[in-house]
Design a protein around this ligand. Structure first.
Ligand code: ZN
Length: 130
């Protein structure tokens, strides 16, 4: 199997988001005196907001999401598009809640890129550490 060092970074980001210890304002507001709102429109900045609603990452989100749709089996793609964003967020963060499927390697990469690039972009917009 080919070594992919970026997977370590992807795993770190996904674990932080799952465990609620990221730079997302909803997470930070639990431990720091900061607002839990996002600067784009005043909604609470949740992981779901960052992945699917934030205006600050709108353009790059669409490009990254297209790669998921291109690499997902048609049935899974349809299922993803029908999920509400709470369910879709957990489904993506938990790698589709199923055992590893070898044929989905490019799909896993597309999902990892979707999550980490949006998170990195969000942190860069605010000049915060990852
Ligand atoms: Zn936002």
């Amino acid at each position: 199997m080919e070594k992919k060092p970026e997977f370590g970074i992807h795993c770190r980001t996904i674990l932080r988001l799952l465990c609620g210890v990221s730079q997302i304002n909803e997470h930070r507001a639990r431990h720091e005196k900061v607002s839990d709102k996002c600067t784009c429109n005043g909604d609470v900045e949740t992981v779901q907001h960052m992945l699917f609603k934030c205006d600050l990452t709108h353009c790059i989100r669409d490009t990254l999401w297209e790669k998921i749709e291109l690499n997902a089996p048609i049935g899974l793609c349809r299922e993803l598009l029908q999920m509400d964003i709470d369910v879709r967020t957990i489904f993506l963060l938990s790698a589709f809640k199923c055992k590893y499927v070898n044929e989905w390697e490019r799909l896993y990469e597309a999902v990892a890129m979707f999550i980490t690039v949006l998170y990195d972009k969000r942190c860069m917009e605010r000049s915060e550490p990852l």
